[in-house]
Design a protein around this ligand. Structure first.
Ligand SMILES: [Zn+2]
Length: 377
């Protein structure tokens, strides 16, 4: 940067904030107080950006106290700093030592985000999502899951219906998920968990985690219904809709921080956990996930009408709040209904059930619900 740029400075040790002037001198960011006293010299090679607000750039540096920050405000000043310190584009925190491949992708993602940021171009969330390294998405998904569980106000989080991954039910579900995802080119491995909840819902988080709530399983009358909704969620994973949605929700300023400095996206995800349960996927995302599920049904030879049947049944639930939950995360818009309807009309015969009878009985009873076989008639 030519000349100096006004900024704020925290040394990371005491709470005091200093108004400072930044100068760039031979690979060093010099931080000076108003009276000219030097408060710090940070090598530009050590700099990294962290999550900040919109129109603001927050910098930290390796080798400095953890909370030490220089904060530059205003679009013009941010642009000047970024123009002078291109090293920011390649530099990441040392403790997140990752491969070069990821750094390259990160730089491309970063360039896209910074351009959008500086010129106020609305972010094309879908396009940016494709640039986010899968490993980040996985970390981010884990963070979101933790936030979400914390927001439920229960320290233990969701209660998993069957914690044994080798149980008949869990193996069958994992096998189904892997087969549904196969051929989609997804870099993720699914982690499908059936958890106890009175809300009939299911959703997919970034990075391959899928939660299926016991109340929805309870409402499923056939294997095809359970498989259809599960395939729909796998579709959200395959299309990375959770990441896409997070990107549109988080906003550009947060993303710069996410991509540059805060690799696990903790600051991006913080606060989003509480809302993600209610967050809707876009209309397009729902259509894609429905089409994915229909395609999976065709490929795996089970009845595609199940998805429509279960959604319609839950949607018609007279307990409004219960119906709302499923529909709020997977909104049943008119065009979606129109696309689902032909599915429910179409009732091919001679199809293979997605699970064996023993597996389906195990799935049905994994949350302590009555085994349909032993249920008194
Ligand atoms: Zn959905």
């Amino acid at each position: 940067m030519s000349g100096s740029i006004a900024a704020r400075f925290h040394d990371g040790l005491v709470a005091q904030v200093h108004a400072v002037a930044l100068m760039h001198e031979a690979g060093t960011l010099v931080i000076r107080a108003g009276d000219g006293a030097e408060l710090g010299r940070w090598a530009t090679a050590d700099l990294f950006a962290v999550h900040g607000r919109k129109d603001e750039l927050r910098l930290g540096a390796n080798g400095q106290p953890t909370g030490a920050r220089v904060v530059v405000k205003g679009r013009e000043d941010v642009a000047r700093v970024l123009a002078t310190l291109p090293v920011l584009g390649q530099k990441r925190r040392q403790q997140t030592g990752r491969e070069i491949r990821i750094a390259v992708t990160a730089t491309v993602a970063l360039a896209a985000v910074i351009v959008a940021y500086l010129y106020g171009v609305p972010l094309l969330a879908g396009r940016i999502t494709g640039l986010v390294p899968p490993e980040w998405e996985r970390n981010l998904g884990e963070t979101v899951a933790r936030q979400m569980e914390a927001s439920l106000g229960d320290d233990s989080g969701f209660e998993v219906c069957d914690s044994n991954p080798d149980s008949l039910a869990n193996r069958a579900i994992a096998r189904f998920g892997a087969a549904a995802l196969e051929g989609s080119g997804s870099p993720f491995e699914l982690d499908i968990r059936v958890v106890k909840s009175e809300i009939p819902n299911a959703f997919a988080l970034p990075g391959g985690q899928v939660f299926f709530f016991s109340a929805l399983l309870e409402q499923a009358e056939t294997q095809d219904e359970f498989a259809g909704v599960l395939a729909h969620e796998v579709g959200h994973v395959a299309y990375r809709h959770g990441m896409e949605q997070l990107i549109s929700t988080a906003g550009t300023g947060a993303l710069i921080g996410f991509i540059l400095g805060d690799m696990t996206g903790i600051s991006v995800a913080a606060g989003l956990g509480a809302t993600i349960i209610d967050a809707r996927f876009s209309r397009d995302a729902e259509r894609q996930a429905d089409a994915f599920a229909a395609h999976v049904a065709e490929r795996m030879d089970f009845n595609p009408a199940g998805l429509a049947d279960l959604i319609n049944r839950v949607g018609a639930d007279d307990e409004f709040a219960r119906a709302l939950a499923l529909l709020s995360t997977h909104p049943l818009t008119d065009d979606r209904k129109a696309a689902l309807d032909p599915l429910s009309q179409q009732r091919p015969t001679g199809l293979e059930p997605p699970f064996t009878t023993a597996e389906w009985n195990a799935i049905r009873s994994m949350c302590g619900m009555p085994d349909p076989k032993t249920k008194s008639k």
